[in-house]
Design a protein around this ligand. Sequence first.
Ligand SMILES: [Ca+2]
Ligand SMILES: [Ca+2]
Length: 296
Amino acid sequence: MIKSKSQQNSRQSSKAYLNEVFGKLSTRVSATPSEKTRLLRRFSLGALLALSLMLPGCGSGSSSAFVFEITIENISTMETFTAADGTPSVVAFSSGVFAVHKTMAPIFTLGEVARQNGLEAFAEDADLSTLLQTLGFQEGLSLIGFFDSSVALVPNPENPDELIPPASPVQTPLVPGEKYRFLLSASSDESKASILLQFLQSNDVFISTPPDGIPLFDAPGVPRSGDITGLFSYYDAGTEVNEAPGLGENQTVRQAEPNTGADEGGVVRTLDDGFTYPSLPASIRVIITPVGEFDN
Ligand SMILES: [Ca+2]
Ligand SMILES: [Ca+2]
């Protein structure tokens, strides 16, 4: 798996504000309260990154696989999102999770309570670790992984020919002007992709492809290509009561610690809480590009 983020600069006029707002998140994610927790997070992320590299082609029986590049760019500006109190607010998303699968609804089902698969921690706290761990043991997935700016493999100091996870992966929010880029592979014409990112100015809202994922092939042997932004929607995990987006003290970027906020006891559903959220087509651009076909 390869990940990187564009080097282009954010709009300088909003940079200081972004740093102020999201410095807190970066600090919280990268410097967890206890050394034990921090080490566990590192272990899980590193182990799962390795896992994502092992899964392609496993059990597929196919001799070749298509590789796709996915880019997710935050195209929002400070005019895109105005909070309910009239304050211009930053549109930002978390590092995300993806899965390649042939099964239906591998991660969530609309109208049902969030599974005990880590979706709640992801949707409320942008914590990827539990979701990735459970997906790693789930049947029917040919590939899982996560994308971020700072988890690209690095050369092993003891063996420069070997690439290993970095010692200190740190989640970095997708803020305006930035881009995530990652690769995934599919060896079956029936393969679909599910891609999720958390909306950081919320209590438990995430954006995702539909629950059943999106087909990676338009027809047998014809890989999907082009802008897939329109296939993403906002979803509510149903686990925490929503506050006004961009303002709530229990929302991911402002809460004092993870899992803070009123329990909702609801079901996963398309977002419908009556608040106004930034337009997704004005906030992100998601492009899928076939890179080529390779032997497994
Ligand atoms: Ca909610
Ligand atoms: Ca919360």
